[in-house]
Design a protein around this ligand. Sequence first.
Ligand SMILES: [Mg+2]
Length: 265
Amino acid sequence: METSDFNLRDYSVYFVDMDGVIVRSDHPIKGASESIEKLRGLGDVYVLSNNSTRSRESFAERLHGAGVDLPPEYIINSSFIASKYIVEKHGAVGVYPVGEEGLSEELMIAGNEVLEANRADVVVAGMDRGISYDKLAGALEALNSGARFYATNTDKTFPTPEGEKPGAGATVGAIEGMGFPPEKVTGKPSSIAAEIAMEVAGVTEPSDCLVIGDRLETDILMAERAGMNSVLALSGVDNSYPEGSETEAVKPTLTVHSLAELVLG
Ligand SMILES: [Mg+2]
């Protein structure tokens, strides 16, 4: 698509990434609040985030604090996606999460039970700022006993105002390093994330959806695989595209400096 052919009004659903597009840590990115409000006047706006550290409810509160008002039902994050996927695939199971509070919360909201490692059917990993040798030892115990292993996402890094910090890829990599690669990664760029997002949004045509994100290898790649158009915002991780891009094969439909530039002009 030529840039001049791009029209924001051609879509009925907007899947907007959170970290690096709307906020950096808990700080709003300039113009994000007004942009989300205006976008909600054009169609249904969903936050689609690989961040697994909190529950949907808690992210709604976090966004409210940053001046962005979206009900929890409009937040589709990777702990929710993984929890929904696990229950759809296996029914409610005993889980051993290696992640932060929001991962356990969403797993339980979906009907699963958080158990001791030796009783768990499934290990689920996400970003974990409290990762420890003991937690990894628990994961190893569960996996050695035959538990399945799912990853919420494998984002290498996490953007903060102080620069990049380790993402969920660090947790997943630590477990993979013990000999257990994840059976499935459920967050972006997987088709599972796109399918669950469309299901939640009640939309059947990928062409009705626009993905807006800051990371080529997750946001833009998911969109490309799912047949959705996408916008890369340079306000987060991949901030120098197209220069030095490691994943040049992945191309957004449009590149902008920020959500505000896209929506407010
Ligand atoms: Mg992001």
